[in-house]
Design a protein around this ligand. Structure first.
Ligand SMILES: Nc1ncnc2c1ncn2[C@@H]1O[C@H](COP(=O)(O)OP(=O)(O)OP(=O)(O)O)[C@@H](O)[C@H]1O
Length: 233
């Protein structure tokens, strides 16, 4: 069943109009050189960028017109993480649940640690110690911050996860753990600079100079295809 549909959706100067359907349950990797348009495509898919041409549909409805609760079914692990620096690890994780709670709950989250047991369980999932629970995220390492952002995403419980280079600050063992968690989500589209990991996914999308040029299963992709995808012109 299709959850996300791009119909001739494009961004002037960044992404040529493209058609793309993401089905529930699909695990997709997004490959391409730096500047090829991966983050732009993720922005179109989560609604943070509005298409200049075409349409983006979430479960059949124009994504830009969907209510916040519907849009929160799409969870994003941003390249720049977008943590709230002044807040603690637990408070940041809880912001993932804002869409399911009242405004009052959101305000209380700013004042006191809410639902610490749930926070601890998610911290364990992402391999962080619960002793970090009340630390401000500003003081954490790059890899720790990345995992707090992942924990916030897990708290959100999205239907579709979009992750923009989620492994960049992680050592190989942690990168593997994080990738496993992403692949356990109901559906995911993950942008990576690691074509060697494409076999972990069912579908490979390739962007080249703002154009979607590859949509195939990993077994169908040859070394020559990858060399062309990453070539300069
Ligand atoms: N806010 C913006 N306004 C205009 N053009 C932009 C903007 N952000 C990025 N671009 C341009 O859009 C193109 C695609 O950028 P994008 O960030 O989507 O690529 P990417 O594949 O994610 O790159 P990277 O792997 O380096 O993150 C690039 O030419 C970039 O310079």
């Amino acid at each position: 069943m299709a959850v996300l549909e791009l119909r001739r959706a494009g961004l002037t100067g960044r992404l040529q109009p493209l058609d793309l359907t993401i089905d529930h349950g699909e695990r997709t990797v997004l490959l391409g050189r730096s500047g090829a348009g991966k983050s732009s495509l993720i922005g179109l898919c989560n609604g943070s960028l509005s298409p200049d041409q075409g349409r983006v549909l979430w479960r059949g409805h124009d994504l830009q017109r969907c209510r916040p609760a519907q849009r929160r079914q799409i969870g994003t692990l941003w390249q720049d993480l977008r943590l709230v620096e002044e807040l603690t690890v637990l408070q940041n994780i809880n912001t993932g649940a804002l869409g399911r709670h009242s405004l009052l709950w959101g305000l209380r989250n700013l004042l006191q640690p809410l639902e610490p047991e749930l926070g601890d369980a998610i911290l364990r999932q992402v391999g962080l110690s619960n002793t970090l629970r009340n630390h401000r995220v500003a003081g954490l390492s790059g890899g720790e911050r990345q995992r707090v952002a992942l924990a916030r995403l897990l708290r959100q419980q999205p239907t579709l996860v979009l992750a923009d280079e989620p492994l960049s600050a992680l050592d190989p063992r942690l990168a593997n753990d994080v990738l496993n968690l992403l692949l356990e989500q109901p559906s995911c589209m993950v942008s990576l600079h690691r074509p060697d990991l494409m076999q972990r996914f069912e579908r490979v999308l390739g962007l080249r100079q703002g154009e979607l040029v590859l949509d195939a299963s990993p077994s169908a992709i040859t070394e020559a295809t990858l060399a062309w995808l990453y070539s300069e012109d």
